[in-house]
Design a protein around this ligand. Structure first.
Ligand code: GTP
Ligand code: MG
Length: 184
């Protein structure tokens, strides 16, 4: 499954309700923060010629209010990379990354190889400073976490970067990185 054999990249966003998954996708697409969002964004496909790695990229939202556990399992099976989203102003959403989402993905990864994960701290506009201290131990524990990135759907900070890191994690896996600064 080298980079030259790959037809496309499928990115799935998971995380607790209200962390901003749908807002992140719509902010990427429209380059502005949507004030009102549906529970779930339609699957979008970014054509190869406008992606940094020149590979068609599908971005898939997940909504617990509209989708079942079976839908979740099926989407995880189909995904090439998962963006696990928490909100930096919501400790519970980060706690659920380790108590719910990482174990869920780790389990499904034991059957095949572990799926790469991008850990996404959204709503960085609400905090003065990042919370790298609470995230580093998680990165150290789960080797499948490729990159951590703090971003904001509201200010668009690190939004295109987050999707680029996800694409890159599939095409060119590397050692873990932590991205806290702007990379404009
Ligand atoms: P579910 O579909 O219920 O799982 O939630 P979700 O993860 O899709 O979150 P959604 O995009 O619906 O956003 C939830 C709330 O957070 C909305 O009121 C958004 O406006 C707000 N929000 C999303 N992203 C940001 C952000 O970067 N900064 C701030 N301040 N608010 C945000
Ligand atoms: Mg949503």
């Amino acid at each position: 499954m080298g980079p030259f054999g790959r037809q496309d990249v499928r990115i799935l966003l998971l995380g607790e309700r209200g962390v901003g998954k749908t807002s992140l996708i719509l902010s990427l697409v429209s380059e502005e923060f949507p004030d009102v969002v549906p529970p779930r964004a339609e699957e979008i496909t970014i054509p190869a010629d406008v992606t940094p790695e020149q590979v068609p990229t599908h971005i898939v939202d997940f909504s617990e209010s509209e989708q079942s556990e079976q839908d979740l399992a099926r989407e995880v099976q189909r995904a090439d990379v998962v963006c696990l989203v928490y909100a930096v102003d919501d400790n519970h959403s980060l706690q659920q990354i380790t108590e719910r989402w990482l174990p869920l993905l780790h389990q499904s990864g034991e059957i095949v190889s572990a799926i790469p994960i991008i850990l996404v701290g959204n709503k960085s506009d609400l905090l003065e400073q990042g919370n790298m201290e609470s995230v580093l131990p998680i990165m150290n524990h789960y080797a499948e976490i490729e990159t951590c990135v703090e971003c904001s759907a509201r200010t668009l900070r690190n939004i295109s970067e987050m999707f680029y890191y996800a694409q890159k994690a599939v095409l060119h896996p590397t050692a873990p990185l932590y991205i806290a600064e702007d990379r404009e």
